[in-house]
Each structure stands twice: as structure tokens, then as C-alpha cells.
Design a binder for this molecule. Structure first.
Ligand code: NAP
Ligand code: GLV
Length: 312
């Protein structure tokens, strides 16, 4: 019998229990705080932002499933169990959600939506014409699962797309590929709309500072749906207020929720969304977790297992 120990604050656990039951009614779904005792037998944790120290108290946990693709909510725990595999979310629902969000955001910036909304607020009919998609260079920072589905979703519009990753990738039809720190400035210099889809690691934290952002051409815009630690917010704000950058859609922030008195809220050319770019869907996630538990039970490696050394 498979046992799941589930942790998610502020949301109904019943929806998740039901989603798991639909995939496999024999699974025992224990909702925090009713996780029982570590002596009850082997279990799999399925968690989002668990309180630090909690997982270490359950020596019966055989693997930890992150309810999201990011694992920074786990690795911040100094007592995170060391010898237990950690599996990142990579279900179809998450990919579909991100592809939608990135497509929506890139289209909004290409068509000048932040400026149009500002004009609406001041009842200004003045028209302007957007640059065509085929003349717009999109640059995706992070070409993993979510970067790739987002690029695929954008291709039919005719954008000129490039992607940047840590390691070199084989050729990818229709997309120019860059990798490694040495190519970053060149990649930025050919990018009109920059899409952040990087995990939070020591290498990516603060990567987009004033100097890096200044390598983007004047008038470029930013969409960040990876992690907020990527961008030095003060640097971004000064480039947005000076008009060097034309706009930004930000879904993630160094501190969440974004403080009510933060100056970003007041910028006309910024669209703020509350970390909803791709929310894990119970139906596809339950299927993904149970499929991977089966793999682990067969002695196989799960999909998207966290590599602690890489940090993602
Ligand atoms: P993934 O498949 O692991 O892909 C990560 C990508 O980032 C890879 O291409 C990797 O390069 C690249 N990368 C990592 N460190 C790098 C570095 N130092 N320099 C250059 N490239 C680097 O992850 P994913 O599933 O696409 O998810 C990406 C992130 O999106 C997650 O970690 C999470 O933080 C965020 N996310 C946000 C939301 C939201 O709602 N806002 C939802 C889901 C996920 P290689 O290909 O060379 O390994
Ligand atoms: C959401 O931010 C995720 O990591 O899936």
C-alpha cells in the first residue's frame, strides 16, 4: 500500500486527496498535521513550503515530491534529509500553464500592452503600431522543460527565438541556442523580450543586475516567471523608470508577497502577477506523482530528480 504525506498551507487538501484517489483509490493520503508516526511504515512526502525541520522528523519518508518545479522551498531547510531523493514537478499541466503565461506575456509586450493600458487610464486615444512578431527577438533564459514548451508555443507566431542554458544543447529546430556565462551578454544584446525561466541557484541569484540588463537593447522588455532572485529589483526599476527598458511582467519576486509599499506597484510599465504563471494542477500532478512512485518502487530513477550539486 502506498502512503502519501501531504503538506500545503492555505489551500484545501480535499481537492488533492480526491485527485490522488481518482488515479489510485488504494493510496493512503495523509494530510498535514495528521501524518501519524514515523513508525507507521514507509511513505512518500508530497509537499510545498513545508515548515523547516518537519521532513527530518519523518525517517520513514522514502522520497520527497516537490509540489512545484522549483525546489528552493525545500533546500532552504537546513535539516532537509540528505539521502532521500527529491523529485521536482514536471507534469503536463504545469507545462501547459507556463506555455500559456509566457505566450500571453510575450504577446502583451510585443503589442505594447503596458503602454496601451497607461493610455487608457489617461483617456488617450493616440495610436501606435507594434513591431511585427517576426521582427521581435525573444530570448529565453533557461531552456529546460518550461523554457522548451514556452519556445514551442511561441514559434507559430514567427518570433525570432533564442534560448540560453548552462550546458550545450543539440540543435533545436527554429531556435538559436546559447550556453554558459561567456555567451550571456551576446544573447542579451539580441533580445527584445527577455523571458526568465531559470531556477533559483547560487549562480542565477542576482544574475540580472544593472550591468547585465544594460546589455539588452534600448526598449527591451522583461518577463520573469522563473524565480524572483534572478533580478536585482532596484536595478530593474531604475532601467524601467529611465525608459531604457520599456516594460516588465513579473510573476516572481525576491520576497513574496511583494510588500504593499513597494515602488514597483506604482510603475505604469510593469505588470505584476502573484506567482501564478504555472500553478500545479491536482489532476496532472497526482498522475505524475503516482507514476513516479511506481518507478521508484521498481528501483528506477524518477523523472526530474533533483541534482543537489547543480541545485535544480
Ligand atoms: P529545468 O527543466 O530544470 O530547466 C532549468 C533550465 O535552467 C535548464 O535549461 C538549465 O540549463 C538552466 N540553468 C540552470 N542554471 C543555469 C545557469 N547557471 N546558467 C544557465 N542556465 C542555467 O526547470 P523547469 O522545469 O524548466 O523550471 C524552471 C524554473 O521555473 C523552476 O526552477 C521554477 O523556479 C520556475 N517555475 C516557476 C513557476 C511559476 O509559477 N512562476 C512555475 C513553475 C516553475 P541546462 O539545460 O544546461 O541544465
Ligand atoms: C512554482 O513556482 C513552481 O516551482 O512550480
Amino acid at each position: 500500500m502506498t502512503r502519501i504525506l501531504f503538506y500545503l498551507e492555505d489551500y484545501s487538501h480535499d481537492i488533492w486527496r480526491e485527485a490522488v484517489r481518482r488515479v489510485d483509490p488504494s493510496v493512503e493520503f495523509r494530510s498535514h498535521p495528521d501524518w501519524g508516526s514515523p513508525d507507521d511504515g514507509p511513505a512518500y512526502a508530497f509537499v510545498w513550503e513545508p515548515e523547516p525541520g518537519l521532513l527530518a522528523r519523518y525517517s520513514n519518508i522514502k522520497a520527497i515530491f516537490s509540489l512545484g518545479a522549483g525546489v528552493d522551498h525545500l533546500t532552504r531547510d537546513p535539516d532537509l534529509p540528505k539521502d532521500v531523493p527529491i523529485i521536482r514537478m514536471g507534469d503536463d499541466g504545469l507545462k501547459e500553464g507556463m506555455a500559456e503565461f509566457v505566450t500571453m506575456s510575450v504577446l502583451m509586450h510585443q503589442r505594447g500592452m503596458p503602454a496601451l493600458l497607461a493610455k487608457q487610464r489617461s483617456k488617450d486615444w493616440g495610436r501606435f503600431f507594434a513591431r511585427a512578431a517576426k521582427d521581435t527577438r525573444v530570448g529565453i533564459l533557461g531552456f529546460g522543460a518550461l523554457g522548451q514548451v514556452s519556445a514551442q508555443a511561441l514559434l507559430p507566431f514567427g518570433y525570432d527565438i533564442a534560448a540560453w542554458s548552462r550546458t550545450e544543447k543539440p540543435e533545436y529546430q527554429g531556435i538559436s541556442l546559447y550556453h554558459g556565462a561567456d555567451s550571456l551578454n551576446t544573447f542579451l544584446a539580441r533580445t527584445d523580450i527577455l523571458v526568465g525561466l531559470l531556477p533559483s541557484t547560487p549562480e542565477t541569484s542576482g544574475l540580472m543586475n544593472f550591468d547585465r540588463l544594460s546589455h539588452l537593447p534600448e526598449g527591451a522588455s522583461i518577463v520573469n516567471a522563473g524565480r524572483g532572485s534572478l533580478i536585482v529589483l532596484d536595478d530593474l526599476m531604475s532601467l524601467l523608470t529611465s525608459g531604457y527598458l520599456s516594460g516588465a511582467t513579473l510573476d516572481v519576486f525576491p520576497e513574496e508577497p511583494l510588500a504593499k509599499d513597494h515602488a514597483l506597484w506604482g510603475l505604469d510599465n510593469v505588470i505584476i502577477t502573484p506567482h501564478i504563471a504555472a500553478i500545479t494542477r491536482p489532476d496532472t500532478a497526482a498522475e505524475y506523482v503516482l507514476r513516479n512512485i511506481e518507478k521508484l518502487e521498481r528501483g528506477e530513477t524518477a523523472e526530474n530528480q533533483l541534482d543537489m550539486k547543480r541545485g535544480y
